[in-house]
Write a protein that binds this ligand. Structure first.
Ligand code: SF4
Length: 688
């Protein structure tokens, strides 16, 4: 690329200049091994924000005091900055094990926090429960797994009864499962424990049968629902645990998609192998999801994020920078192609990491350290702090610091001022399906979109997804195939004249590849749906031959499954449009439906496409001529176009519904909707 130009992006919109300068001065210690130095370019960042922010070093005598000083500082800032919330604070650690003292202290002071570890899913109690149950189903005589299930807190088997069971099993050299099977022979078991153990045995029986023919994911949801686990977590409003269960559910789904034989046995084997190799299970978090909390996370995890106030803690020798671990297999110099850096590679890498931590701060940056971390020797402050120009305050440390009680007092005063702060998990963005769920029943909305309770799938959804995916793939392939020859200024010309080259078998092949083989109640139902799918494909193909659609192009991309984020007032509504066709004198917005054809559309029926019309006009600046619900099952279409009045009315309605969601207490409104509600099995208010 002879005309390529090198451009350095040096405008920074995040941090104040003094923090950028400090970070720049610090990272220059890596010279001459930095790209900027080698290539002789200027990468000194220029703040686009006016004013300076704090960049301080806080030193304490002991680790406890370092933690307390950090919390004290957070409380001081909260008092000073009336707009600040817990979300504005991040405590950045070099390694996961440094989090514990901060977690405990925040817990004691009652400050809402989240420790966002990147790994460790498999060691979370609720996941250990699920793994134990799966192990038990795989092998009844896996006594530690049976023991864990007997101890499930929501089942409430008295501890004394469990002791009696384990003693019996030990004495008679029987597995714990054999013991609970011959419960009548174990003396002294309370009647309530007997009842609960019988319940567990029934569960095992039911799920063992299920394990033979159902997917692991079905078993997963089955256990959560049938055991009462989900209900228990919902009653406690324990979103954190429900989120973890959702993560594990994703893990199960990944296994099902990748395994040759996705059986329960193979799943357990896979998890066991991961655990043996030291894998702890990936944790993901969504910072946009509430609640308002101080975040504790590793610097690695904070890459790409930003916070108003950043605390980089434990800035002491051997903690940050860490000690270099020797290469396990040293490579002969001749095999290394790249030019080796001249300095200490590990130290340079750690310095880069520290630079990342520093440049997360939008307003203030604090480094904290202590000299006593419980070892024999006093810790020196990190050499990085010295490189930044901070003095070693070890000699001057005053040992008087506040204790937790004083902090609690301080905190309660501050929280009075900040009484607005609540554990708010409401989503920032809304969708049409969210609004529909809320209108049906606010509790259903809470289950689905706030708690995100894992649910069993439905045949109708598997089928709907399959058909959407098939039509998307087919049309995309056809259009891309023709794009190179028939592209014009406004979009793709229809593939008329060449359509006979595309055979029905092409479409059937896509159908077979995309078929989602999940959540069908039985083989007969699956077969019926499969047949229906083929009929849909046949109809679609015939129409395609007759009248091949000309699909619009937006920003040079084919207008299929187009995501949008529509601003309505101060709110945002997101969605995905299935397809937009170019009709020459306007466009048609098409939404596929796999439900029953509706001859006459009521106002509510029109809303989804009306939203798409508003989005197309306001975001893509395209005026639709027609809105079309394409009912695939009957191959019929319902067409209309929204008037200005209808659009304005809908916008007002959406805004008022979102406000209602924001202030709702999510009381259930049971009724006809309970019959098709995903949560009827765990909802106490369900109309049965
Ligand atoms: S079962 Fe009925 S009351 Fe309960 S959440 Fe669902 S719709 Fe609401």
């Amino acid at each position: 690329f002879p005309q390529a130009k090198q451009i350095s992006l040096i405008k920074n919109y995040r941090s104040p200049q003094n923090i950028l300068d400090l970070a720049y001065k610090f990272i220059k210690v890596n010279d001459p091994d930095r790209l900027e130095y080698v290539n002789k370019i200027n990468k000194k960042l220029i703040a686009q924000k006016k004013g300076a922010g704090a960049a301080e070093h806080i030193h304490a005598h002991t680790l406890d005091q370092e933690v307390l000083k950090t919390i004290k500082k957070i409380l001081e800032i909260l008092k000073k900055d009336k707009k600040a919330s817990y979300n504005d604070f991040a405590i950045l650690i070099r390694a996961n094990d440094a989090a514990n003292p901060f977690v405990k202290a925040l817990e004691r002071t009652g400050i809402a926090y989240q420790f966002l570890a990147c790994r460790g899913l498999y060691s979370k109690p609720c996941i250990l429960d699920i793994i134990a149950y799966f192990k038990l189903l795989d092998n009844y005589h896996e006594s530690p797994a049976v023991y864990r299930i007997l101890n499930l807190s929501f089942i409430e088997i008295p501890y004394e009864d469990i002791i009696k069971l384990t003693q019996y099993s030990h004495k008679k050299t029987k597995s714990l499962y054999e013991t609970i099977q011959e419960l009548v022979l174990v003396s002294g078991i309370s009647p309530s424990a007997q009842e609960k153990i019988t319940f567990i045995l029934d569960l095992i029986k039911k799920h063992s049968l299920m394990a033979r023919k159902s997917a692991v994911s079905e078993l997963f949801v089955g256990f959560l629902e049938d055991s009462g686990y989900l209900k228990y977590l919902i009653e406690k409003d324990d979103k954190v645990q429900i989120d973890l269960l959702n993560l594990f559910y994703k893990r199960v789904k990944t296994f099902e998609q990748s395994a040759l034989e996705p059986t329960l046995k193979n799943f357990i084997q896979e998890i066991n192998l991961e655990l043996e190799s030291g894998e702890q299970g990936k944790l993901e978090f969504d910072l946009e999801q509430g609640p308002e909390t101080v975040k504790i996370m590793t610097i690695h995890g904070a890459k790409g994020l930003e916070f108003k106030y950043v605390f980089v803690v434990n800035m002491v020798d051997k903690r940050f920078p860490t000690i270099a671990r020797g290469e396990q297999i040293e490579l002969p110099a001749d095999l290394i192609k790249d030019i080796k850096p001249t300095g200490d590679i590990h130290l340079q890498e750690e310095r880069r990491l520290c630079y990342v931590a520093m440049t997360r701060a939008k307003k203030e940056l604090y480094f904290t350290s202590a000299e006593d971390y419980g070892g024999m020797r006093k810790k020196k402050i990190s050499r990085f702090l010295i490189e930044m120009g901070y003095r070693d305050k070890t000699q001057n440390t005053k040992h008087k610091t506040q204790n937790t009680n004083e902090l609690l007092e301080k905190k309660s005063k501050i929280l009075n001022i900040k009484s607005k702060i609540s554990l708010n998990y409401l989503p920032e963005h809304f969708s049409y399906s969210q609004l529909t769920a809320f209108n049906k029943c606010p509790l259903q909305y809470k289950f689905a979109f706030i708690l995100r309770v894992p649910v069993k799938g439905k045949a109708v959804f598997s089928f709907g997804k399959t058909m959407h995916a098939v039509l998307y793939d087919f049309l995309k392939n056809v259009q891309e195939c023709n794009a190179s020859q028939q592209e014009n200024l406004f979009g793709l010309a229809a593939p008329k004249g060449r359509q006979d080259q595309i055979k029905i078998n092409d479409l059937i092949q896509i159908y077979e590849k995309k078929w989602i083989d999940e959540w069908y109640e039985n083989k007969i139902q699956k077969h019926e749906y499969y047949k229906l799918g083929k009929k849909i494909i046949k109809n679609f193909y015939e129409e395609f031959l007759e009248n091949p659609p000309k699909i619009l192009r937006i920003n040079n991309a084919i207008a299929l499954e187009i995501p949008f984020n529509l601003k309505i007032g101060k709110r945002a509504l997101y969605g995905v449009i299935d397809r937009i066709d170019d009709l020459e004198d306007g466009v048609a917005i098409i939404d596929y439906k796999t439900g029953k054809f509706k001859e006459k559309l009521e106002t509510e029926d029109k809303e989804q496409l009306l939203i798409y019309q508003i989005a197309t006009e306001e975001i893509f600046k395209i005026k639709p001529k027609e809105l079309v619900y394409h009912y695939l099952n009957d191959n019929k279409k319902a067409c209309f176009i929204g008037t200005e009045k209808e659009k304005e009315k809908l916008k007002e309605k959406i805004l008022s519904e979102i406000e209602e969601i924001k202030t709702s207490d999510f009381k259930p409104t049971p009724g006809w909707q309970c019959a098709s509600c995903d949560f009827k099995n765990i909802c106490d208010s369900a109309e049965r």
